[in-house]
Write a new protein. Structure first.
Length: 274
């Protein structure tokens, strides 16, 4: 079956589901083959603006009926209660995009024979520039892996890991990662304004600089560290700034932050950190 013919049902219609739906529609996936369920009437109305042929309901069971792929896009704290009311068919591929929800947990909920994939997307999926990392349970076929990758790839780039234990680290680095960069942008903008730069220009400087640096890092063969050294002239302004950041312990602080995010991902899945 061509991926464009896949029937995909979303349980949960929040921001991430909306981003994936928008990406699928941009890629030319027929809206008539997409179903989404969400309990909020306001959110359903927002989703309806994506395409008039999109199937929208408040009933999770209706969203997954006849689907080839089921996407679990609800908060991890709500997942156990939500899945109790679901009865997927044995051949339906289940993809979870909830932080901390393990393949083992899905196996307990749906049975060990149910094909399941765990995916960790991130917020830039909203503009088609997301990063999704996937891990599959034993028994997921190559065709189903391709289907999961097609789904995730509609909202950005994808990568696979074989060791599911790495998914909590993935959550810390890329799942939560956009917030770290937004924080830096926020600080840059605030400092620019404090230095007298007009607010609209300050915002543009912070956002465009972050965008340009990310694009340069993606396109360059050099590693980020080498790109940083290229910008950092000896005795120049950048060196003065970098030295302050390093002396202030930025490296260690970021490591502590990512460790805390990974620990929380483990906790959300009912596990203890090592």
């Amino acid at each position: 079956m061509p991926n464009s013919a896949l029937r995909i049902g979303f349980v949960g219609g929040g921001n991430m589901a909306g981003a994936m739906l928008a990406g699928l529609l941009r890629a030319g996936h027929p809206a008539s083959k997409l179903q989404v369920a969400d309990p909020s009437a306001e959110r359903r109305a927002q989703l309806a603006r994506l395409d008039k042929d999109l199937g929208i309901s408040a009933d999770n069971a209706a969203a997954i009926t006849g689907a080839d792929v089921i996407v679990l896009a609800v908060k991890p704290q709500l997942m156990p209660a939500v899945v109790q009311a679901l009865s997927p068919e044995p051949q339906q591929l289940i993809v979870s995009v909830a932080a901390g929800i393990t393949l083992a947990a899905m196996g307990e909920w749906f049975g060990p024979a149910q094909p399941c994939v765990r995916s960790m997307p991130n917020q830039p999926a909203l503009v088609g520039a997301g990063m999704s990392v996937l891990c599959s349970a034993p028994g997921v076929s190559d065709t189903q892996r391709a289907q999961a990758e097609y789904l995730a790839g509609a909202a950005g780039s994808t990568a696979w890991v074989d060791d599911e234990d790495l998914m909590d680290a993935v959550t810390a680095v890329s799942g939560s990662g956009p917030a770290y960069f937004y924080l830096v942008m926020e600080i840059l903008e605030d400092c620019a304004r404090e230095m007298g730069i007009p607010a609209n220009v300050a915002r543009q400087l912070a956002v465009q600089t972050a965008y340009g640096a990310g694009l340069a890092a993606r396109e360059a063969e050099a590693a980020p560290g080498e790109l940083r050294r290229m910008v950092t002239s000896p005795g120049g302004t950048t060196q003065a700034a970098i030295e302050v950041l390093q002396q202030g312990g930025l490296d260690e602080l970021l490591r502590q932050a990512l460790t805390a995010a990974r620990r929380r991902s483990l906790e959300l899945g009912g596990r203890k950190s090592d």
